[in-house]
Each structure stands twice: as C-alpha cells, then as structure tokens.
Write a protein of this length. Structure first.
Length: 163
C-alpha cells in the first residue's frame, strides 16, 4: 500500500495505523536488542539512556495507535500480514547490518518519521469521513511524528559528540 494516495475508508486507515503499530514494535525490539548486545559495564551511559528512551517511546506510540485502531469501526488486518508488509517495506536491514548501533537507531527514527509524515499527508489529501474524529487522528500522528523528529535530533547529536 502506497502512502502517496489518499486514505479512502476506515479499513484502509486501520490498516495504515496497524502498520505504524508493527513499525513501532520493530523499533522497540531493535532498541532492546542493542541494549542486550553490550555489557552494562561497557555501555556508554548516554547511548544506553537513548536506547531505553527509544524503546519506551515506541511502546507508548504503539499504545496510542492501538487506541485509534480500536476506536475505528473497521475490521483489522491479521498481524502476520501487517508484519510482512513492514518487513518488506520498512525493516529490510537487521541491527547487525550497521557498523554502529547509533546508525541503526538513526535509520529507525528516520523511517518512523517518514512513515508518519506520509500518513498525515495521505489523510489530509482525503476528504473521507472516518468513524473517528479526523482531527484526533491527525493530532495523535502529528505528536508521534514530532517525537520521532526529536529522536532523529537526539541520535544525530549523540553521533556528533562521539565522532
């Protein structure tokens, strides 16, 4: 499903929000994988804090998206189908594909930001009336997108500090 198009009904909106849920699960999982990949004694405190915050933020984003999906009068798509879409489009690299875990985290934050930015544009391009308040959906998505932008900045600043 391309986000270059308008969102035309509750089912499509639910599916896109579910993609966001799975994307957040991927980000959360990868942050925890990175945390587990090095000993606590060897862990840079700033990097550890960044990864812990990213995992917690992703969990919060996931919950907010799940609330929106639950309020839609739409049949949801099976988790396995959504997970396959996310894997194919957004999770084509594994954490170990990056030389540095900060590059992986930056990629995750940028991918999430781009997804939410595209989703907001697709909803705005639509004149569809959804079974939940459009402004509420856009507000939640805009808040999440802003937090992802802040995450990009935090990772970038940390990367620059350790160059």
């Amino acid at each position: 499903m391309s986000l270059g198009q308008r969102v035309t009904d509750d089912h499509q909106l639910a599916r896109l929000l579910q993609i966001g849920v799975v994307l957040e699960e991927v980000v959360e999982s990868r942050a925890y994988q990175h945390l587990d990949s090095f000993d606590t004694g060897d862990r840079n405190p700033a990097v550890g804090a960044l990864l812990e915050d990213a995992a917690e933020e992703s969990a919060t984003h996931r919950e907010r998206l799940e609330d929106l999906v639950a309020d839609l009068n739409a049949e949801t798509v099976a988790y396995e189908e959504i997970n396959a879409l996310v894997e194919a489009k957004y999770a084509q690299t594994a954490p170990e594909d990056f030389d540095d875990l900060l590059y992986d985290q930056l990629c995750n934050e940028e991918t999430a930001y781009k997804f939410y930015d595209d989703l907001i544009e697709a909803i705005r391009a639509s004149d569809t009336e959804f079974s939940i308040d459009r402004d509420r959906v856009l507000s939640v998505l805009a808040d999440i997108r802003e937090e992802e932008a802040e995450g990009v900045e935090e990772v970038t600043e940390l990367m620059e500090a350790y160059e």
